[in-house]
Each structure stands twice: as C-alpha cells, then as structure tokens.
Design a protein around this ligand. Structure first.
Ligand SMILES: Cc1cc2nc3c(=O)[nH]c(=O)nc-3n(C[C@H](O)[C@H](O)[C@H](O)COP(=O)(O)OP(=O)(O)OC[C@H]3O[C@@H](n4cnc5c(N)ncnc54)[C@H](O)[C@@H]3O)c2cc1C
Length: 518
C-alpha cells in the first residue's frame, strides 16, 4: 500500500500529527496504525467518558496487553509495604488500563524500574490519563527551542487538548485546599506560579458534564476525512531503510496474522517512549543515544483527610459559590471532584505538586465514614538525566508481541536522593497544615516507573553528536522522512506532567512535515 503519511501509535501525540497534517493538507493520504485493539464504541474516547461501569472496566482490561484480568484496588501504603517485603507482582505495581513491561516475577526483580508500564489500545495511555496539563516552569523549559516558538506551540497544544482550569466548580473544600497550598508555598514565587486549579484537558457542557480529552477529541473532524484511515490490532515490526530514507514499513495484523509493507512518503513513530526506540532498534536504526537518558520524575505520595473545621473557618468569611449538583455531576465512578497544581518553579518550589480532591476514598482506608473529603498529594521531583539510565534491548529474547524484549537500568544519584528528601520535607509541611495524614496512605516514595511519564529515550538535540536521536523538529538524525513523537523526545528532566509538552513538540514537528509535503 502507498500512503503519504504513516503514523505508528494512536495516542494523543499520533492523533495530533494526524489532525494537523489533515487540516493543512486534506488531500494527503494518512494511515494511522496501533498495535492495540479498539476498546470502546467510540474510537479513541477517554475511558472516564464511558458511563457504563462494566463497559469502562472492560475497556481498561482490553488496554492491558497480556494482562486479561482487573488489578485489585490496594492502598498506596499496602503497595509500598509489599514492595519493601519484595512481594513484586503486576497486581502490586501496575495501574488499571496499563500493563507492566516486565510482568514475570524474575524479570520484575531484575528490573530497576519495576513499575514501568504501557497501554496497548487505540488511544494509548491517552484514554486513561488524568488529563493534567501544567505549563512547564523555570528549570523545565527546553533550552534548545527559542522561548517564543515553544510558547506558540504550547498555546496550540492547549487548544488541541481543550485545556481549561474550570473543569471543576469551586466549593468550600476547594477554596480551603487552595488556601492551604498557597499558605505553604508563600509569596516567593514567579508570576502566575501560585497554587491554582490544575489545567485539565477537558470540556464541560452547560450543565457541568465533563468530557475528557483523548484521541477522539484530538482527531475531531479528521475522522471524517476519506483520506484518513485508522487501523487497530496492527503492529509495525520493522522500518526498512536505505540511504537515510525509510522505504517500507513492515506491518502485521495481530489478529489475522496478515502482513503488509507500507510505502509512505513520511513515517512518524509515536509509539510511546519505550516502543518508539524499540521499533527503531528492531529496524537497525541505532543512534548512540537511542533508549538512553531514560528519565521520569520520582514521586512522593500521601493522602490526608480534609479537616471539616478548617473548611468551616476558611469559608465562614467568604461567599463561596457552590452548586453541589455540579460537583456530583460525573459519569464514571471516579471519586475526583477537584485537581490542583502547586507549580514547578525552581528555585522557589523545585517540585511539581499535583493535588487530587476526592469525595470518597479511591482505596481501603480507616477514615471514618462521615469524613468524606480526602486529598491525595503527589509531589514530583527532577531526576538528573544520565546516559547510564537506559532501556536494554535483547538481541535474542522477545516480548509478548514478538518485539525485542526490554529491560531497564535506572538509579538515583546522591543529588536525586537529596531532591526526593527535600520534596518529602516540603510535602510534610503541607500535610501538617491539612491536619491528618491517613494511616493507610502515609507518605511513600513510589517505586521507579510509577510516574508513567518516561522521557529522554529518543531525545532531541541541536546537532548529531551522539547525544540525541532527532533534531528540534523531531526528525531522526540522518533521515529525511522519519520523525519520532512522544515524551521520549523531551531532552531534559521535568517534574511536571509531560503530555502538553509532547503535543507541543508534535505541533512544531508538523510545521516541518507540512513544509516537506509542499
Ligand atoms: C493512569 C494514567 C494517568 C496519566 N496522567 C497524566 C496526566 O495527568 N498528565 C500527563 O501529561 N500525562 C499523563 N499520563 C501519561 C499520558 O497518558 C501520556 O504522556 C500520553 O498518553 C503519551 O501519548 P503518546 O501518544 O506519546 O503515547 P501513548 O498514549 O502511550 O500511545 C502510544 C501507542 O503506540 C502503540 N504502539 C506501540 N508500539 C507500537 C508498534 N510497534 N506498532 C503500532 N503501535 C504501537 C501503543 O499500543 C499505544 O496505543 C497518564 C497516563 C496514565 C496511564
């Protein structure tokens, strides 16, 4: 088959490429493939938009690759204790909708990122994500892209993802939470970097229903373009290339076993930060930096119970607009009724605080029944980027889809451990102001891989000096028609959620691709 564009991977980044190219060149033939199945009636919709609980759980399980059963609900503390006892299993380490890269006990024990996971389905992890889209702060900006260019791309990314800070209505509890967070942060922060509602990729209708952004929203009218095709259960196993040009992509329908070679003018691999380098490696495209500089932000987590007296005190002297029917208005059984951000802002607050407000507990706790408001506090910190932190691809062993098996090298430096400790100390201050830490959810440094935000494995650079895989337009060094997308392209460590940045980098990359198509 001949096509103008082949996109491998149908998550938010692959979908952004499809949309922008289709908008600019509606005559261009675009084929988007994904190794995973279609998991809901509406192609690529967020699982939180599926109102039927059983259908939602089925969609999660269908995304879990070889793991065909649901994971048990366990508390953060139970998880941490099980890890400390060496009881490592997918049930302890993985999240619903994802599957561990290495799920056999022996493999998990030898893996320095035991929780490292992926999703295999139309829409990728982007149908399971929390949709948090904070703007990167001081110390998280990519220094090799001019600020004004990155700002333009970020603005376009926000538009594509429908980012809003008004997804959840205000309530006495949310006002209290924000006040406490700002009290801890103090006034020593950059402009607009105070604690605030989390920018979320979400649209609300006039009665407050939330519709979370995933591939369906990003693609929008692209789905109606007859030149656009999306295929599920279709894996790309190898890119054939000659003289710096991809000349054919070997794809296979996993269900039927049918194989085909796709001849595309331009190939975009947006197959997550693990499987994008895996495909390049399997295709014998192996720049020195491929799979290296693997990074994620270490994550310190805890749960607190929101003290009712605090809420009373805070809301007494203020008129807080609150319509309870709007707060309760949700389609799924997601307990979240608010998300807040304590922005990354080095050197003042060199962490990313993500705060989840819930009106029932997402886990087993000892919280008394009448104390319904629970706050989950996640503090992410920067981890130094090192060449030694990497994916190790096997020459002989295969994963469950028959691609080169991956293992992971990942360690914390002294500086990393000091940063984690500093985040812990800051978080403790916040907890003290809130009142009570929940015994079953006490402060825990989550096992490596927990963030689900993996970066650096196909990082961009300004020259082909062995330190990077692609240029700042995500074009693989030495190739005229091969591009890579996703969090792996981010060349520096970040503590905040990376999808907004990855979508912005795809926006930037599309400008180059559209120029090439002309
Ligand atoms: C529970 C959860 C919460 C999250 N919360 C947030 C958040 O709040 N904010 C944030 O920024 N990020 C969050 N993330 C991460 C976010 O979902 C990812 O950053 C985002 O989905 C990355 O998009 P992507 O398109 O690059 O990759 P993905 O969405 O991972 O999609 C990659 C796709 O490629 C396919 N693929 C892989 N290999 C091949 C191959 N060889 N051939 C064909 N197809 C292939 C996979 O099946 C997959 O569907 C969260 C993730 C999860 C799971």
């Amino acid at each position: 088959m001949n096509t103008d564009i082949l996109i491998i991977g149908s998550g938010p980044v692959g979908a952004t490429y499809a949309r922008l190219i289709s908008e600019s060149k509606p005559d261009a033939k675009i084929l988007m493939i994904d190794a995973g199945p279609k998991i809901s009636d509406k192609i690529g919709q967020h699982t939180k938009n599926i109102s039927d609980q059983k259908a939602m759980e089925k969609a999660q399980i269908l995304s879990q690759g070889p793991k065909k059963t649901p994971y048990p609900m366990i508390s953060v503390a139970e998880r941490a204790m099980a890890v400390q006892r060496g009881e490592l299993s997918a049930d302890v380490l993985a999240r619903a909708g994802t599957h561990l890269v290495l799920d056999q006990i022996e493999d998990i024990k030898n893996n320095e990122m035991p929780s490292i996971s992926m999703s295999t389905n139309i829409g990728g992890m982007g149908v399971h994500w929390t949709c948090a889209c904070p703007t990167p702060g001081n110390g998280e900006r990519i220094p090799i892209i001019p600020t004004h260019e990155m700002d333009e791309s970020l603005a376009k990314a926000r538009e594509i993802l429908n980012v809003t800070q008004e997804a959840f209505p205000s309530s006495p509890e949310s006002v209290t939470i924000l006040n406490i967070l700002n009290q801890t942060l103090g006034t020593n922060h950059s402009p607009n970097r105070q604690a605030q509602p989390m920018p979320l990729a979400c649209k609300t209708d006039e009665v407050g229903n939330r519709y979370w952004t995933a591939t369906d929203v990003i693609l929008g009218v692209t789905m109606d373009n007859p030149n656009f095709e999306i295929r599920s259960d279709t894996i790309c196993r190898k890119l054939n290339h000659e003289n710096g040009k991809v000349i054919g992509a070997e794809i296979e329908n996993i269900v039927s076993g049918e194989k085909e070679t796709i001849n595309a003018k331009i190939v975009i691999v947006a197959a997550d930060p693990l499987r994008t380098p895996q495909l390049l490696w399997a295709s014998n495209i192996r720049p020195k930096a491929l799979g290296h500089y693997l990074n994620e932000h270490p994550f310190v987590f805890t749960f607190v119970e929101l003290d009712k007296d605090l809420v009373k005190n805070y809301s007494q002297n203020r008129k807080v607009e609150c319509d309870p029917s709007q707060i309760e208005n949700r389609k799924s059984k997601d307990p979240t009724i608010g998300v807040f951000l304590v922005p990354f802002d080095a050197p003042n607050h060199p962490f990313h605080g993500q705060v989840m407000h819930m009106d029932f507990s997402p886990m087993k706790t000892t919280v008394s029944d009448d104390s319904k408001h629970i706050v989950g506090l996640g503090w992410g910190c920067l981890k130094e980027s090192n060449f030694e932190d990497c994916i190790v691809f096997s020459e002989s062993e295969k994963d469950y889809l028959g691609m080169p098996k991956m293992n992971f090298k990942f360690h914390y430096t002294e500086n990393d451990l000091a940063t984690i400790e500093a985040a812990r100390v800051f978080q403790t201050k916040v907890v003290r102001l809130f009142g009570k830490e929940i015994k079953d959810g006490s402060q825990t440094v989550m096992p490596a891989g927990t963030s689900l935000h993996y970066e650096g494995t196909t990082r961009m650079g300004i020259e082909n000096d062995g330190e990077s895989v692609c240029n700042t337009h995500s074009q693989v060094w030495g190739f005229e028609n091969l591009f890579v997308g996703g969090n792996g392209v981010i060349p520096i460590a970040t503590a905040s959620n990376p999808t907004l940045t990855s979508v912005a980098l795809a926006v930037r990359s599309c400008e180059k691709i559209i120029e090439l198509l002309r």
